[in-house]
Design a protein around this ligand. Sequence first.
Ligand SMILES: Nc1ncnc2c1ncn2[C@@H]1O[C@H](COP(=O)(O)OP(=O)(O)OP(=O)(O)O)[C@@H](O)[C@H]1O
Ligand SMILES: [Mg+2]
Length: 243
Amino acid sequence: MATGVSGSVVKPAAVRGLTRSFGDRTVLDELDLDIEPGQFVALLGPSGCGKSTLLRILADLDQEVSGDVRVAERRAVAFQTPRLMPWKRVWRNVVLGLPGRPDKERAVAALEEVGLGHRVEVWPKVLSGGEAQRASLARALVREPDLLLLDEPFSALDALTRIRAQRLVGELWRRHRCAILLVTHDVEEALLLADRVLVMRDGRIGYDQEVDLDRPRDVTDPAFVALRAELLSWLGVGEGSAE
Ligand SMILES: Nc1ncnc2c1ncn2[C@@H]1O[C@H](COP(=O)(O)OP(=O)(O)OP(=O)(O)O)[C@@H](O)[C@H]1O
Ligand SMILES: [Mg+2]
């Protein structure tokens, strides 16, 4: 199998026949997936279906797999919790792990982009939940990824902060034009942000739908409402659901 493949890869992600088992439980079963440059993809699916498993593999955090996994070399990941190092100031967290000397200017620029220009020197414990999540986004962006992997980055935020964070990710995507794979449980969030929505089922991508709605999107638009109903039905929670 090939993973973490080089810059010769044209697509941010190209996955063929990906299988991952834990003991005798097969979580990903011959999964195929392509993500195009600059595409914003949302990934939904019931709890435990393998979304984070897939994301971890794409982030090269799990190599115990079979199949062919090709991923852009420049990729970054942000998780449900910000995972900042408490003993490093915020700006140092942002550039942590980058090659060379810690580049404060780069860190400051990324923090300003996410509205944290005033939090450069503080310790992570001083940040609110939403601020810490934005710092985690800055840490991902500073890597100038071709593929940004986001695993439920807003789920721990309160409703208002969540809306702001969603808007911020939409803006950052428009500016940077990196491909994004966003794992979320929120159908509305997926349809507000993504070009394409996937639902995992039985270890594969069971549903793959382009979201061809004008931006900014309106949750009351009949086309939006229809897509939401279809997705909910696919997830087995809508009226007259497929389950
Ligand atoms: N390291 C591991 N060892 C054993 N089982 C694991 C491991 N990681 C994941 N699993 C199992 O694989 C399945 C898929 O887990 P995963 O975390 O990918 O689900 P998920 O779709 O992200 O769920 P959620 O929406 O709840 O986050 C689960 O049954 C989980 O228990
Ligand atoms: Mg998960």
